[in-house]
Design a protein around this ligand. Structure first.
Ligand code: NAP
Ligand code: MG
Length: 462
């Protein structure tokens, strides 16, 4: 795999400030495939300085020109999509068809959506005797995880650039090659020097330096709740804007009138896709007590079919974490009907697609984000019970509701404390706001709501 040995700062690849490197490992075979520099506070400072210097020029660039650069970025990502898919597969481990269909494709759609929004958004409006301007917040520090490595970068950088902000990105240490490829794409798209900067490195060093840098006006973070909480606290102390996209423990509620087999099969696929490493995955399936045994049987069969098609999880620590949760579920009294914690292959960080039945709402496997291919199935007695169980975690990121008709499902969905709900298998919409209720986060990504995160308002009275 191709790797740069420097940081992309101020429009060029520059030597890193220190000698430390990060080895990039292919999770499917545990081989080191590349190394990239591990940035320090000095690299972050250089990148923030470049972003600050570029801010006035980019903020004053007409939205139509910002839109043109984003359209060019979309086109470069589209032209290089095979290379993107191969890179994601190499460093994240997701099977190539999934990398092509999701990891490489979704960011093209999102970049395209912001090319359009930059051109069409009303950055100025009249309110009585005032003119209200929407102005860029300033320099953005973007900190991203590894589970959807390009999507999570584009979901921050594209709206930031559309708004007229400049960016310093610190990607996850497990997936820096995708981030380097993205930096190349930004360069090819003709985005001016300093508008986008990349510092690869470790979270507690480069990530923390970026989150705490006084030259950063807004920190946009996606990742664990533990780190998100620290970043939010630091941003609060500095009185700077923060967006947090954290974990989830979403419910897939199957109402008695639903097509049970379809709801279960789509539900299992939703959890097993990307090896369960999806923050919005429906990891709790809620089934009416009368249909419970049938649903468990269907889910076990669907999970078993995944057996050898599933990719590894991202690294050894993540595998051990997931296996630990599976053992904990057994210890808590849940019943394994597919998979288990045994390591299924000698090489690679694989975990068997696992399904737990007889899960009760208070168990750790029903409360905590496992971030692996593990589905829990809970039973409910009636609709109120289902609402209570669905809402009974600290999270509120996503969910699904299935019923005989969309109206019945939608009425139930309105009772859920969560940011987005798919009705009877509704498709992903790259323009719909994505983000959490409760401890799943602060702020929204994607579409016009995602753009608003990067804007602040100024009113002039006449
Ligand atoms: P994480 O540590 O929160 O990583 C997210 C990003 O934050 C990475 O770029 C990370 O850098 C960086 N980071 C880490 N410590 C930091 C600090 N003190 N200051 C600033 N930035 C910091 O998440 P993880 O360790 O990769 O995964 C742990 C768990 O988080 C998972 O098991 C899962 O439950 C959850 N998670 C959720 C999402 C989501 O989409 N909501 C995504 C990934 C993980 P490094 O890569 O160098 O650590
Ligand atoms: Mg980490």
């Amino acid at each position: 795999m191709k790797a740069h040995d420097g940081m992309y700062i101020d429009g060029a690849w520059r030597p890193a400030s220190g000698p430390d490197v990060i080895e990039v490992v292919n999770p499917a075979d545990e081989q080191v495939i590349a190394e990239v520099p591990a940035g320090t506070a000095a690299d972050v400072d250089a990148a923030v300085t470049a972003a600050r210097a570029a801010l006035a020029g980019w903020a004053a660039t007409p939205p139509a020109e910002r839109s043109a650069r984003l359209a060019a970025l979309r086109d470069v990502l589209a032209a290089r999509k095979d290379e993107i898919a191969e890179t994601v597969t190499a460093e994240l481990g997701s099977p190539l068809p999934f990398s092509q269909a999701v990891h490489a494709s979704v960011p093209i759609a999102v970049a395209g959506s912001y090319a359009e929004l930059a051109a069409s958004h009303a950055f100025e409006e009249k309110v009585g005797n005032s003119t209200v301007y929407q102005e860029p917040v300033g320099v953005v520090g973007a900190i991203t995880p590894w589970n959807y490595p390009l999507h999570q970068i584009v979901a921050k950088v594209a709206p930031a650039l559309a708004a007229g902000c400049t960016v310093v990105l610190k990607p996850a240490e497990d997936t820096p090659l995708t981030a380097q490829l993205f930096a190349e794409a930004v360069h090819e798209a003709g985005v001016p020097a300093g508008v986008f900067n990349l510092v690869t490195g470790r979270g507690p060093v480069a990530g923390q330096a970026l989150a705490e840098h006084s030259g950063v006006d807004l920190v946009s973070f996606t990742g664990s709740t533990a780190v998100g909480r620290r970043i939010g606290a630091a941003a609060g102390a500095a009185v700077k804007r923060v967006a947090l996209e954290l974990g989830g423990k979403s419910a897939n509620v199957i109402l008695p009138s639903a097509d049970l087999a379809r709801a279960v099969n789509v539900g299992v696929a939703n959890v097993m896709g990307n090896s369960g490493q999806t923050c919005s995955a429906w990891t709790r399936m809620l089934v009416h007590t009368d249909q419970y045994d049938e649903a468990v049987e269907l889910a076990a069969a669907a999970a078993a079919k995944y057996g050898d098609r599933i990719g590894p999880v991202v690294n050894a620590a993540q595998r051990e974490r997931v296996r630990g949760y599976i053992d904990k579920g057994v210890a808590e009294g849940a019943r394994i009907v597919a998979g288990g914690s045994e390591v299924p292959r000698d090489r690679g960080y694989f975990v068997s697609p696992t399904v737990f039945a007889d899960v009760t709402p208070d168990m750790a496997v029903a409360q905590e984000e496992i971030f692996g291919p593990v589905l829990t199935i809970l039973r409910y007695e009636d609709e109120d019970d289902a609402v209570r169980i669905a809402n009974g975690t600290v999270y509120g990121l996503a969910g699904a509701v299935w019923a005989g008709d969309a109206e019945e499902a939608a009425a139930f969905a309105r009772r859920l404390d969560t940011g987005q709900v798919d009705i009877n298998g509704g498709r992903f919409n790259p323009l719909a706001p994505f983000g959490g209720y409760k401890q799943s986060g602060v702020g929204r990504e994607l579409g016009a709501h995602g753009l608003a995160e990067y804007l602040q308002t100024k009113s002039l009275q006449f």
